[in-house]
Design a protein around this ligand. Structure first.
Ligand SMILES: C[S@@+](CC[C@H](N)C(=O)[O-])C[C@H]1O[C@@H](n2cnc3c(N)ncnc32)[C@H](O)[C@@H]1O
Length: 541
């Protein structure tokens, strides 16, 4: 749910998924909503043909030299993801150079932004000043640009994501819910990308791959990568994007969910499925086509069956909370007997009316029409006894040890890679879910997380300041906030990476004049601080 057009602030919202997925605009956008859709349009543009290795390298080098990066684009355009080409305004196309970007040739960068970020035509002669003759011709030959009169008209968008350049269909309001539409980067994709666990894997699967961001990103850490999607055009974009990024071809399969890999297993499975929960059972890149969250449930129940030992399945999505039912218990039943440890990172919980409103704001501008739709969605949720809708990430790691299920509430959006932190979180939980954890933890060395922030509130009481609350928040990795008391704060201060847990807890007892019986309590507090990330395992290296 990422809509600048609403009163919601895009930057500070903790919303990993966004039922709207990717349309982010400062504009009020008129849109014919598809609730009663009987016919879905089709994208007729052909996916581009892969560039040869030299051309791809030349284009990447040009993008890098000119400053066509995710950060620069955001800074220049104020968009995280550009608005659809059919509603973008001339005003929005104006970029605003900042001092930090002086090192770049802004006029050339502006041309590339116009072509490949906003998907707008540029006069041929002008385009050549940015691309050069031969690269412009290569783009035309590949079907990335079309010559129309004296203009070069883009056929695709190219989104920089970290050090990758990812091509997708142009964003068009009228085509975004076509069956064969290949969407560009959305907030959910970006968050999944940022949380993708790191390591050296033999095999990786990008399930519901779309333009293949996760597949291409996985190529640097998996010997063999497979991408699957219902939409055959996704396979063509995966091929194009692998080549564009100088990677070997990806095995790209077409078919329903896990069917194309029915008899195969992987070390890493990453998925951003269509998960918006809605009353209309249509198949698009974003709407869950089954009742409520059924597609997501089936995914969670089945994907882990395709994991090798120690393998990780991770997905982003949304699930419902029924009235009178604990949603965690429901998710536990989905993952029971999976042979996996399960870690759920929750980001948001919306009441149905808010959920519907945010989702629909993305596609319906007319207030009356939107409110009518919101009411229809609300009745659907009400009839199904849905109390709220949750969004977040679910990780499952196949284990031969104890299986556990834990949830953590994130307190901030993920805007940096945290794959390593996710794995550390799994290791910590593995340690703490061991039967002998109370013994095992005593010899470990812990350290307070770098950058841990403390906010203290005090009030004047009987002639002195009295602390009423202390909040700690991690500032790197998975950002989590927690309320603690002065005892916990003092305990934390004992962990310096040199003392063992045993020594640190004993030192805390002495400092606070606490009896020996409080020792085990100290171990429990240290373990929960370890889970939040306020304390981290200290590596001897
Ligand atoms: C939200 S998009 C994600 C695309 C891309 N992985 C990303 O993260 O940007 C969901 C993708 O799932 C595909 N999809 C929809 N229904 C599917 C199904 N039943 N089986 C496989 N893929 C499906 C869509 O074509 C779309 O590419």
């Amino acid at each position: 749910m990422l809509l600048k057009a609403t009163s919601l602030s895009l930057k500070n919202r903790l919303d990993l998924n966004g039922p709207g997925h990717h349309v982010t605009s400062t504009l009020a956008i008129p849109f014919r909503f598809h609730s009663t859709m009987t016919h879905q349009a089709t994208v007729v543009t052909q996916a581009p043909r892969p560039l040869d290795a030299e051309q791809a390298q030349e284009l990447r080098e040009l993008f890098i030299a000119i400053g066509y990066s995710q950060q620069n684009l955001q800074e220049l355009t104020y968009f995280t993801v550009p608005p659809p080409t059919d509603v973008v305004t001339e005003e929005q196309l104006q970029i605003r150079p900042t001092d930090q970007l002086q090192q770049y040739d802004i006029s050339r960068l502006a041309i590339l932004i116009r072509l490949f970020y906003f998907g707008m035509p540029v006069i041929h002669e002008v385009a050549i000043t940015a691309l050069g003759e031969s690269l412009a011709q290569a783009c035309i030959d590949a079907g990335m640009l079309a010559q129309t009169g004296d203009e070069l008209v883009p056929k695709i968008l190219i989104m920089p994501v970290d050090d990758l350049f990812m091509a997708s269909d142009l964003q068009r309001m009228d085509l975004q819910d076509s069956l064969n539409y290949v969407p560009t980067l959305c907030e959910a994709a970006f968050n999944l990308h940022n949380t993708t666990v790191t390591g050296n894997f033999k095999s990786g699967l990008d399930l519901c791959s779309g333009f293949g961001l996760h597949a291409v990103a996985m190529q640097s850490q998996c010997q063999q990568v497979t991408a699957t999607d219902l939409n055959p055009r996704a396979a063509e974009f995966a091929a194009f994007n692998a080549a564009l990024n100088g990677q070997p071809p990806i095995e790209a399969l077409t078919g329903n969910m896990l069917e194309p890999v029915a008899d195969r297993t992987f070390d890493l499975i990453v998925s951003n499925p269509p998960f918006i929960i809605n009353p209309d059972q249509i198949t698009t890149y974003r709407f869950n086509p089954k009742p409520l969250d059924e597609l997501f449930e089936v995914l969670i129940r089945s994907a882990h069956q395709h994991l090798n030992d120690g393998g990780v399945f991770q997905t982003i999505g949304e699930w419902v909370e029924f009235s009178g039912q604990d949603w965690e218990e429901r998710l536990k039943t989905w993952t029971a007997n999976s042979g996996c440890c399960v870690w759920v990172l929750t980001a948001n919980r919306y009441l149905p009316s808010t959920y519907a409103d945010i989702a629909l704001r993305q596609s319906i501008v007319d207030e009356a029409q939107r409110l009518a739709e919101v009411a229809r969605w609300e009745s659907y949720f009400q009839a199904a006894s849905v109390e709220a809708i949750h969004g977040g990430l679910i990780f499952m790691r196949r284990t031969t040890g104890n299986c556990w299920f834990e949830t953590t509430k994130l307190s901030q959006a993920l805007n940096q890679p945290v794959g390593k932190d996710v794995l550390e979180g799994f290791d910590v939980r593995e340690l703490l879910n061991d039967e002998d954890w109370l013994i095992k933890i005593q010899s470990r060395k812990l350290v307070v997380a770098d950058g841990l922030q403390q906010s203290e509130v005090s009030e004047w009481h009987l002639g002195r300041w009295k602390t009423t609350s202390i909040e700690l928040a991690t500032t790197s990795g998975l950002v989590v906030a927690m309320n603690v008391d002065q005892f916990v704060r003092t305990l934390l201060e004992q962990f310096d990476g040199v003392r063992t847990v045993d020594q640190a807890v004993k030192s805390f007892l002495t400092k606070c004049s606490l009896p020996e019986e409080a020792y085990e309590k100290g171990l429990h507090i240290a373990s929960s601080m370890l889970k939040t990330g306020a304390l981290r395992l200290h590596s001897e290296a």
